[in-house]
Design a protein around this ligand. Structure first.
Ligand code: ADE
Length: 248
């Protein structure tokens, strides 16, 4: 997968060199290109923002540098192909596991993280005439800019790419994974030693009885979801329970 990121803080994306994503890059599974938006400014101050039309606080990112940057990204990619443009914004659709999975199918993603109050709307509209555009929010809070959201989204997508995780089965049990774990949070996990500071690992996990273990894990997942995410419980359906039973 090819990934382009246009930002005024390329150094903010340095964690993309570390751990899972860094290794995926080193193995050639991810081809990441970082671009400094200010490279497409033409004034001495390298201005990327201006005051909002209609008044109000804060600044808005100017359309011209973004337009030129997206032209350049498009031109730098494979002939005849266009990226899916992902614009992190608290006003976007929720970035969910389902969206991560959808994006993981695409060969090329371009990210446009904004600072300040956002990017002039015309940039998004014009881009949408040339490529698919997804405006996505990583949660109901406001960050100082979209760069951290890019890190979140790239990591969530990268770990779904074939061969990136050591064990392909390991994301099937994730919280929110479709199938048996849809709308369920993962329960607690344990490793050796079997006793630590007087606390024992739940006995069922040492039983070797895979059916019992699966049932226990599902009960734990139900309990945790009820406690932490009652909003997900509203999405449980009888049919879903059936599927969970069959998958377990
Ligand atoms: N930029 C600022 N806040 C954000 C959020 N919650 N999600 C995505 N991008 C953002």
């Amino acid at each position: 997968m090819r990934i382009d990121v246009v930002t005024i803080f390329p150094e903010y994306l340095e964690p993309l060199n570390v751990s899972l994503v860094g290794k995926a890059r080193a193995r050639g599974q991810l081809d990441v290109h970082l671009h400094d938006l200010r490279g497409w400014t033409h004034d001495v101050h390298r201005t990327v923002d201006d005051s909002p039309y209609g008044g109000g606080p804060g600044m808005v990112m100017k359309p011209e540098p973004w337009g030129e940057a997206l032209d350049a990204v498009l031109a730098a990619g494979p002939e005849g192909e266009v990226p899916t443009l992902v614009v992190p914004t608290p006003s976007g659709v929720p970035f969910t596991q389902e969206l991560a999975q959808e994006l993981a199918q695409r060969p090329w993603l371009a990210f446009a993280p904004a600072r300040y109050e956002g990017i002039d709307r015309r940039v998004i509209e014009e881009a949408a005439t040339r490529m698919p555009v997804v405006e996505a929010s990583i949660g109901d809070y406001v960050l100082a800019g979209g760069e951290v959201a890019v890190l979140v989204m790239v990591e969530a997508v990268a770990r779904l790419l074939p061969g990136v995780l050591g064990n392909a089965a390991s994301h099937q049990d994730d919280s929110f994974a479709p199938g048996a774990m849809a709308d369920l949070l993962e329960g607690p996990v344990y490793t050796k030693p079997a006793e630590w500071r007087g606390r024992e690992v739940p006995e069922v996990l040492l039983s070797g009885n895979h059916g019992k273990i699966a049932r226990w894990r599902r009960e734990q997942a139900f309990a945790r979801t009820l406690a932490n995410r009652p909003d997900l419980v509203a999405r449980w359906r009888l049919e879903g329970f059936d599927k969970k039973e069959r998958a377990a």
